[in-house]
Design a binder for this molecule. Sequence first.
Ligand code: 3HC
Length: 316
Amino acid sequence: MTKELSLEERFQQYVDAENKVEPKDWMPEKYRKTLIRQISQHAHSEVVGMLPEANWITRAPSLRRKVALLAKVQDEAGHGLYLYSAAETLGADRQALVKDLLDGKAKYSSIFNYPTPTWADIGAIGWLVDGAAIANQVMLCRTSYGPYARAMVRICKEESFHQRQGYEILLTLVRGTEAQKKMAQDSLNRWWWPSLMMFGPTDDHSPNSAQSMKWKIKRKSNDELREEFIDKTVPQAEFLGLTIPDPKLKWNEERGHYDHSEIDWEEFYDVISGKGKCNKQRMDARNKAHAEGKWVREAANVYARKQAEHSKQSAA
Ligand code: 3HC
């Protein structure tokens, strides 16, 4: 028992000294497990996140918008692959992770269970959803697990393009006709509160945060990141001439942050337990895509096996 405690204490001292934990380092089993939990859900979010936006690729209003949206959706696929690879460095089996998602056992970000009825939603997703993801992922660039931190550096560079292209879509709409400005306002009304929910439950209701903060997996708490996002985003909404759908939103000079209404946590827990507007649609789409991609995976596996046999023969 003493030996295990000293291993745990040595690990904590190593992390406290701002060292990066690498795949071959000793780590507490719970550290490994919570990283697989978080990184796999992050990866699932990237892959499922492609669906609401893909819905608009064939209907983008111009070739330029279509190209930007195509690039963004392709980026998200790449982010998913980085993150599944990061999870594999912890000994996770990618097929098993994907199966958990397809079987509805694994979580992915609540935000992707909302519909995208108009083109303005693509702008709101880029501006708000990727904006919220950036707040969280910039923090994760300093997470204690090396492969996760390094994956974040590349992902964050691409997220800033995602956020800019979304904001520009809304800027174009608010400078257009009254109908276009209304479309932009309606999308802000739909996406504001779900974007705040992306950061997770309040700190006092987060079962994982305290330990994740101790192990420097998280460097800021859910509420800290949420406040950071609100403080940064309100002036952007003002520049667009849009109204944030929260009558209680007000700058609090003393706190140095915006005060806001209570988030609808019942909606949050409904959505993450599968009762959101689009949960079934998203899972059906993922399962259909997985089934239709079976031949690609089989062909790639045959090719890989032939390559391996070829290299073995040439080495003999
Ligand atoms: N959606 C779904 N589940 C959520 C959630 C959300 N928005 N917020 C929290 N949860 C879940 C947690 O996974 C946890 O459930 P679990 O124990 O079964 O995994 C439970 O609710 C309690 O939440 P905690 O705060 O205790 O959990 P965490 O400490 O893991 O914090 C988190 C939640 C802040 C989302 C953290 O997991 C995290 O930072 N994840 C990495 C970032 C991420 O996943 N972002 C999702 C969006 S990715 C994206 O937007 C792509 C971009 O390109 C658009």
